[in-house]
Design a protein around this ligand. Sequence first.
Ligand code: BG6
Length: 495
Amino acid sequence: SNEKNVLFTIFGGTGDLAQRKLYPSLFRLYRKGNLGEHFAVIGTARRPWSDEHYREVVKETIRALNPSDEEATTFASHFYYQSHDVNDSTHYQTLKELSDRLDGHYQLNGNRVYYLAMAPQFFGTIVSHLKSQNIMTKNGFNRLIIEKPFGSDYQSAFELNQQIREVFPEQDIFRIDHYLGKEMIQNISAIRFANNIFEAQWNNRYIDNIQITFGENLGVEDRGGYYDHSGALKDMVQNHILQVVALLAMEPPVAFSEKEIRTEKIKALKAIRIYNEEEVLENFVRGQYAQGELDGVQFKGYREEDKVDAQSETETFVAGKFTIDNFRWSGVPFYVRTGKRLTEKGTRINIVFKQVPVNVFKTSVDEPCDDTTLPPNVLTIYIQPTEGFSLSLNGKEVGQGFETEPIKLEFRNSAEMVENSPEAYEKLLLDALNGDGTNFSHWEEVAQSWHIVDVIRKAWDQTQPDFPNYKAGSMGPKAAFELLEKDGFEWIWQP
Ligand code: BG6
């Protein structure tokens, strides 16, 4: 059967992520039979909760999935709460005793997943204690799932990684990048490697530029405390965006396996140019939202948000151009942008193809002609909120004479399909249970991403930004548009 025997220990068990994503995902796996009688969850955090209270909380988090009373109660009965101070060795003893007891009771065969879903400054301590306090088993698997941020620059990431590697081998470390669990991000590989019409053209001879937009309409919400120390560059570019660039840019893997895909992704990341300070200022722009209005709703500026410094220089928007120095991509800009409080939530990729060599419809043998360009062919991958593809082409306008006209082939997954497809976290949890690291970030990917981003951060830190510089509800600062204009391009998606 597909059923897994496993004990999850969730550090940060009372937290937002656990409640919003992890418990519902575990429940979905339970419903599908990937988890059955032989699983247990220990939730830990500082506050003192009883098992009863914890189980009530868990039940509440799965309410939207409409379980029957019995189903919810049986599921929740597998959850145990342990109040835990991550710096106190004696607490790990209690944790060990509970773990061993549950292992026997549910016949878990020593299989353990430790999930770090709490403030990153505790990651190192927790992992060291798992070993020193003998919590890890000898008979089953011991895997670590670790949430972002993985470090705050290369150096801190390196140190954290050293600490973790003293306890877990690389293949047992699952660094979450939840974008890699998204259906349409996974679909990038299908588009590329299952369709000759695209892969044949997937290079600098046929592609003009690639545009990646990760727009959010939300502001920082209640995460000001974290976000004001992070900013959009570290929150979105270092991880999600660079992972997507790697998937778009990599060479076809020899086989569609973890090892082969990883090899190609790392090579792609290594080919991204590390800018010097001058190049950073030329190729990357930052923004911070001011108050603004959208659809009659007023939004406050970033500096007025809760737990944000009133003089904050943290960016809530980044746009930039990555340059990839290899045979396939030399000369093709990869433009990226992401921001909070933009016009709408929209994550999409536009692959912009080059013009036909000559526009025979506009050239004339005996008259000068200035309008010679056709709209480009664009392949769009819609990641969210809708999921699908479109391809824009040029056709003939119906009727007498000959005028070309842009047309679009469109495909979207149905709302029902999107609704019923597994959540990113559900897929990633099951991957980790299967020991499959394909959709997680390998250390070398993380390291290279930090090298790329560190120089941008450093260059920015030398100069004072002119913040705020875009209105809430807009698509970012003017500089983000100029970035493409100076190369003779424009953002394809302009909501
Ligand atoms: C997270 C960032 O990694 O991704 C958040 O920390 C951001 O700031 C979120 O809002 C976006 O994820 P999604 O799945 O809602 O697009």
